[in-house]
Design a protein around this ligand. Sequence first.
Ligand code: TXA
Ligand code: MG
Length: 349
Amino acid sequence: MTKEWTVSGTHPGPEAIEAAAALLRDGALVAFPTETVYGLGADATRTEAVARIFSAKGRPSDNPLIVHIADRSQLDDIVLPYGELATRLMEAFWPGPLTIVLPVREGAVSPLVTAGLTTVGVRVPDHPAALALLAAAGCPVAAPSANRSGRPSPTQAHHVREDLGGRIEGLLDAGPTGVGLESTVIQLLGDHHIHILRPGGVTADALKAAAPEATLSAATEEAPAAPRSPGMKYTHYAPHGLLTLVQGGSREEVAAWINEALRVAKQRGETTGVLTPEEDAPRFAADLVVPCGSLRHPETFAANLYAALRAFDEAGISYILAPTFPTQGIGEAVMNRLTKAAGNRIIQI
Ligand code: TXA
Ligand code: MG
């Protein structure tokens, strides 16, 4: 049985927070909202508890977990001394969607959390319910996204219920999360270089602005993050239907190409879907057209993406096409997730 509490996103009640924190201290699994996506938490110091995260999610054991803390006072117990660049980025972005991979203090967290690496990813989430829960629990909390492995990450409590209901002890429901995509994961090379292992809620431009003298690099398809960020090698976020992205030409040309491909797909008996910025939704003739944010506000793509991908599964859609989305700002992280959801299938027209 999963115990559920509905709390306000801004003023979570102390009773629910204390009950959920008590479960964490007992070694149980509790899903909770963060500003990015819902996380599936367990006491990071207890191997039996962390092992249950992997089994509840069906997650490969070589993919390390992010450790969540309420504030920086908990950090020195977990990681070895770090430099000035790390300090500056924490000051600029914590609490917030930035995970910093740092050398781990031996024995500070379960070896399952780090998947045997000598580093650990840490962040302070920017969500009142998450911060209250972490403070009440008093322990560092390992928390991957609270979805079954391979599925889109949960941005609403009912996504968690669908994937993990009955497999976890607690679920704190504070409504939809804000950013909608996971945190940016970075590793630092000394005090002068930032390597982005996973793009996310903090954009490359924001990192540059906070540390103008540091150089920046990013994992790409050609030079993937593995083995530095083992998780990036797995298929992620995929809907059950076959998703393919379509790129090139004007928005009108892309829409015309997609409509023709949908017509052919329908003839062979597929149920069809299109994922699109809302401005272009009226152009498409599919069984299900899912508008996903507005071209005028790229952050709305991020906020809506995972729920949109899940909507195709709810409707049983077998064949899905999507135009590529603009990559300014957080659009880069949106396209990173969308490309993975599409298994790298991008058709150039
Ligand atoms: O926004 C988020 O980051 C959410 C919320 C719940 O905080 N969490 C999340 O966790 O997305 P997860 O487990 O789904 O993704 C963690 C990512 C994986 O790509 C993993 O490989 C990487 O972080 N990671 C964790 N520890 C690492 C380490 N020591 N070195 C390199 N990559 C690491
Ligand atoms: Mg995940």
